[in-house]
Write a protein that binds this ligand. Structure first.
Ligand SMILES: [Zn+2]
Length: 403
């Protein structure tokens, strides 16, 4: 990597940096850094600001990304909804949008709708879609990252090997499009802007309709050989458990995912074990959601409390294995189902502590996500930003143009 690209990456991931700081962090000479700075200033990629804090001596110049250089978008496409964030290149969020969408209606309709919305978000601000330089997309299925291909996604009929990148680029020809699995994208969001800031080794666990994990290894997303590292939803928990979407029995997802929690709550209510759940069942026309279980538990319903505890223990047992194997310093629990309360975190923690080696848990923290549903769009923006500036053959940085 050239010093210029290294410097640009550093500036992108900071809120502004001085030449002296860049020298210390990169290890390059002051002359080399100063040359790279003037080249980047000349290309208009960065801007100069006065450092606000006066530290004695000369007031040093601070270099930041030129936000006006273009736009970037983060798309978080989930199983039942999508979220879009539009930002400038300094990562200042200009607009966000969410709407329900069933991923099962297929890629043409889902991508068509998301691109239409994104285009409107841009033109509504009086801007030109040609200024959109990068789009990061999180998708709820396995993605082969190197080729940008969705491969055999269990809950996404019609998406298998669909040309997602090419389709989105037809709408936004000036944008570099990068796709990844939604959990990796959420992990990236937590790493750069959430509880994972500054953490080297972390596991982000998404508990939602599906269950999965994003792995941060030495400060970057670890995707594995084919891009499916962290697919913990299909680790076996109970050989005699229910049939999973993947065709096996008793996977973690089939026992601790949102639909599994709903199913077990429905059974408990139908069997008459819980008057509070029966009340919610009647209110919801015969189908309980994980949120109902959370509310019932808050109202003191013992069946719901136990259901949450069991779910936490199952997740925790799988995580204990990962902790022994991987020795992370932080585990972040996120996704829609994580909202079912602190009892969930307590039982996950209990199982992890009981079943992991003491050395592996000595510095381990286990927390809920603070970004919540924003982790996906913020991570998708980061993903896009990571690929906006590329090196050309002369080792010079340029704004990526793949259209
Ligand atoms: Zn499975």
């Amino acid at each position: 990597m050239s010093a210029e690209k290294e410097l640009l990456d550093l500036i992108m991931n900071s809120e502004g940096i001085t030449i002296s700081e860049a020298v210390i962090v990169t290890g390059h000479s002051r002359t080399k850094i100063a040359l790279s700075v003037s080249s980047l200033l000349q290309k208009n990629y960065i801007i100069e600001k006065d450092a606000t804090e006066f530290t004695g001596g000369r007031r040093s110049r601070l270099y930041c990304i030129n936000g006006d250089l273009g736009l970037v978008a983060g798309l978080d496409i989930g199983a039942t909804s999508f979220d879009i964030a539009l930002a400038d290149l300094s990562r200042k969020i200009l607009d966000v949008h969410s709407e329900p969408a069933n991923v099962r209606i297929g890629p043409i309709k889902v991508l068509g709708r998301t691109c239409e919305v994104l285009e409107k978000m841009i033109t509504d601000r009086g801007l030109d879609p040609i200024n959109l330089k990068g789009i990061g997309i999180g998708l709820p299925g396995p993605v082969e990252f190197s080729s940008g291909t969705v491969v055999s996604p269990p809950i996404m009929p019609g998406w298998d090997r669909f040309p997602v990148i090419e389709t989105v680029q037809q709408w936004f020809p000036a944008a570099n499009v990068v796709i990844d699995n939604d959990v990796n994208v959420m992990a990236l969001g937590e790493l750069t802007q959430g509880v994972g800031k500054g953490i080297q080794n972390m596991i982000f666990v998404k508990l939602g309709t599906g269950v999965g994990a994003g792995i941060i290894c030495e400060g970057s997303v670890y995707r594995g050989t084919n891009g499916c590292a962290g697919d913990i939803g299909h680790i076996n928990v109970d050989k005699n458990g229910p049939l999973c979407q993947c065709g096996n029995h008793g996977c973690l997802e089939s026992l601790a995912g949102g639909p599994a929690i709903s199913h077990r709550a429905n059974l408990a209510a139908q069997d008459g074990h819980s008057p509070i759940l029966i009340k919610y069942l009647e209110k919801n026309q015969g189908n309980l959601t994980p949120e109902d279980v959370a509310n019932a538990a808050r109202e003191g319903d013992a069946v719901s409390v136990e259901l949450i505890r069991e779910t936490g223990l199952m997740v925790g047992e799988v995580l204990a294995g990962l902790v022994n194997f991987y020795n992370p310093e932080l585990i972040v629990i996120g996704g829609g189902v994580s909202n079912i309360g602190n009892n969930l975190l307590a039982s996950i923690r209990q199982a992890v502590l009981n079943r992991s080696l003491p050395l592996a848990t000595r510095n381990l923290q286990l927390v809920f996500s603070e970004l919540g549903s924003r982790a996906g769009i913020l991570g998708a923006l980061d993903l896009a930003m990571d690929y906006i500036f590329t090196l050309d053959t002369s080792n010079q940085v340029s704004v990526s143009a793949t259209g």
